[in-house]
Design a protein around this ligand. Structure first.
Ligand code: ZN
Length: 698
């Protein structure tokens, strides 16, 4: 009788969904290898019923856990929770995966509809007093439960997460919390949609080829629209890479202004949303017993508190600003010299001139400009002979094309990742190109996460926003895009080398300020001599990039680092300063406050020479999972710079290094405390020195 009772609720639901289950590919595990999503079978109409059924099923699974008359045990409570919610996970990873890569009106509407429902669903679980009572009891007994280290950590993390989510608040406070979470979810969805609309609306229309001087003929052709005009799409960051080469100064100014003025006023305005979000987040933090949202967010990070983060950022800022000021002076001199030589009037260097004169100065001082590298950075070659090749050398992984598996867009490629023994280890979806339906930036995701408990192997995605060339033309990457490809694949490796028991500890399920660490370390192989020689070949002739050119690139490593570090730190401090405000201190005029904060921290404001990498109205990290967490990149880079040194001193690119990296980092996910992993990896405590040297900030 008991097993039947145990199964009954799920069975009933399955019966009621039977009519849909025949058609809806999200309601059952995919029969494709590793449960690879059935992109070819999916219709937009499948998402809503699958998300609803997923939530319902998980609540029923939760009720079964709570109805168990046996006293709580690790297996019947913590492990049972790890098993729950598989339909919801399947439906939501596919939904959010496609929302980010190929959105449409219907998907955007669903996001808005489901954002508050999913928030309410999480609250229903996390604020259930019966669940907390069971977990709390186990937590109190944890020393006697004979748990393995990963199990003990899972229990402690779960207990802490429930407390952080408000499990111990009174009913009235919990009700307010639920309302705040639901409203924040809607605001977050609205913000993301308007940022995407804003970046598309800000695309620059140019009428003549002369205004695009500096770009190659092929590039100009690729920008051409049906009506004969030219469209310059924007990237999500303040800086726009085309500014490096656009020789026509008025076009540069227009492009830069279009970028920095995004999402202020008009139908894509986000300022009202941001203001509301800041207020509600601050109120929620206070409800949960923290002074501000930043305090709440940092409490479970490796940085631990606001003072530590402010301390790091403010220690780096003056050196970066001083370096940027020296760079600005050198750029002004160069611009003056060139204007004098051409018999043209001098002008004051503006933000839209920075990248352009930086490339000219790079050519003058270091003997090359960024454009010279592109012919040697053909995307497919970089991916296969660079990024994949490094993983073969380190981890013995092999890669095989899988054109037989369905794709959600014709530009996407799917690869099978084979273990050293030749077994299927993972599937990887590579999605390189920008399109209006895709969100900005670069990111990695997991459609299926590895876990021994569920017997699952990873299906992961890698996304960039590279401009697609005209049909028949090669995709030539910039140096930065090449770096990003290595970086994002580092995140993929973190997921696909994962070798853990529990889904909640899989791959990249580590503190946010640690998650960039493995991917940043992987960037080191971009310039590793044997890797570089393998991939950096001329796309037409196959000739390797001349060693002299690479030496120039390496010799220019700290070139423009004052600018790069300053624009990053400005955004990181902005993120902190916004989230270190209390609810009643959120100003009316956000842009005036943004300018004031940046000046107080010693930076240019948005209209200045070195604007922040993202301004408040289009700072997507700030709204998503990186709220009060944008500092994570430089925080993780401290560990990264130290690790790169360690690797170079201990053998470099070989299987022995790979095994060490895997055992102490890539395979462990969140099953071991993050800083314990770091110290096990390099045998040292974190040290700021290697980072300062790398960025020329000593
Ligand atoms: Zn990253």
């Amino acid at each position: 009788m008991k097993p039947l009772h145990h199964l009954a609720p799920a069975l009933l639901l399955c019966l009621s969904l039977q009519a849909q289950a025949r058609d809806n590919p999200l309601l059952s595990p995919s029969p494709l290898p590793l449960q690879y999503p059935r992109f070819d079978q999916l219709q937009d109409a499948d998402f809503a019923p699958a998300l609803r059924a997923g939530m319902l099923l998980q609540l029923r699974e939760l009720e079964e856990i709570l109805a168990n008359p046996e006293p709580p045990s690790f297996a019947n409570t913590v492990e049972a929770m790890e098993r729950s919610g598989q339909t919801l996970r399947r439906a939501s990873t596919v939904f959010f995966g496609l929302l980010g890569t190929v959105s449409n009106e219907q998907r955007l509407r669903l996001q808005r509809e489901f954002a508050p429902q999913l928030a309410a669903h999480r609250d229903r679980i996390q604020l259930d007093p019966r669940l907390f009572a069971r977990v709390d009891q186990l937590h109190a007994q944890r020393a006697r439960l004979k748990l393995a280290p990963d199990q003990l950590k899972l229990l402690e993390d779960l207990h802490r997460n429930l407390l952080r989510a408000g499990a111990k608040l009174g009913p009235a406070q919990q009700e307010r919390l639920r309302a705040l979470n639901a409203e924040l979810a809607v605001l977050g969805a609205d913000f993301n949609q308007r940022v995407l609309q804003g970046v598309n609306a800000a695309a620059l229309r140019v009428e003549t080829r002369a205004e695009l001087a500096g770009l190659t003929e092929a590039e100009i052709d690729a920008l051409r629209q049906g009506d004969g005009s030219y469209r310059l799409a924007l990237l999500n960051t303040t800086g726009q890479p085309l500014l490096e080469r656009l020789a026509h100064r008025p076009t540069r100014e227009r492009l830069h202004r279009a970028s920095i003025q995004r999402n202020q006023g008009g139908p894509q305005d986000t300022l009202g949303l941001v203001r509301k979000v800041l207020q509600l987040r601050a109120e929620r933090a206070q409800l949960l017993g923290h002074a501000t949202h930043a305090d709440l967010q940092l409490a479970d990070q490796t940085a631990k508190d606001v003072a530590t983060v402010n301390g790091l950022l403010r220690r780096l800022a003056p050196a970066a600003q001083a370096r940027a000021a020296r760079e600005a002076a050198a750029l002004q001199q160069l611009a003056d010299r060139e204007q004098d030589a051409a018999g043209q009037p001098r002008f004051q260097l503006e933000a839209w001139d920075w990248a352009f004169y930086t490339e000219r100065l790079r050519a003058a001082e270091h003997g090359y400009d960024a454009g010279q590298l592109r012919p040697y950075l053909e995307a497919e070659r970089v991916l296969v002979d660079g990024v994949f090749h490094s993983a073969t050398q380190l981890f013995g992984l092999r890669f095989k094309r899988r054109p037989d598996l369905p794709r959600y867009h014709p530009d996407v490629q799917t690869w099978e990742v084979l273990s050293p023994a030749g077994k299927t280890q993972a599937l990887l979806i590579v999605d390189l190109y920008a399109r209006p339906s895709k969100r900005g930036g670069a990111w990695a995701n997991a459609y299926v996460s590895q876990s021994h408990l569920l017997g699952q192997k990873p299906v992961v995605g890698l996304h960039l926003n590279v401009a697609k060339p005209k049909e028949g033309e090669p995709t030539l990457l910039s140096w930065d895009e090449t770096n990003t490809l290595f970086h994002e694949f580092g995140h993929n490796l973190h997921a696909l080398l994962s070798d853990v028991r529990y889904p909640s500890q899989s791959g990249t399920a580590v503190p946010r300020d640690f998650v960039e660490f493995p991917s940043q370390v992987y960037e080191m192989w971009q310039t590793w001599p044997s890797v570089f020689a393998h991939y950096a070949r001329h796309h037409r002739t196959g000739e390797p990039m001349p060693k002299a050119l690479l030496d120039k690139v390496l010799g220019a490593r700290v070139f423009n680092q004052g600018f790069a570090t300053s624009e990053y730190l400005a955004a990181a401090l902005l993120d902190q300063r916004w989230h270190q405000l209390k609810a009643d201190a959120i100003p009316e005029d956000l842009m005036a406050h943004e300018a004031r904060v940046l000046r107080e921290e010693g930076f240019s404001d948005g209209a200045g020479l070195v604007p922040p990498r993202y301004r408040t109205p289009y700072f997507s990290h700030f709204m998503g999972g990186y709220s009060a967490g944008y500092y994570s990149y430089i925080w993780a880079e401290v560990l990264d710079a130290q690790t790169v040194r360690w690797i170079a001193a201990h053998g470099g690119l070989d299987r022995k290094t790979g095994e060490h990296l895997k055992r102490h980092l890539f395979a462990r996910g969140g099953s071991v405390p993050a800083m314990q992993l770091f110290e096990g990896l390099v045998g040292q405590q974190p040290d700021l020195q290697p980072l300062l040297e790398r960025r020329g900030l000593k």
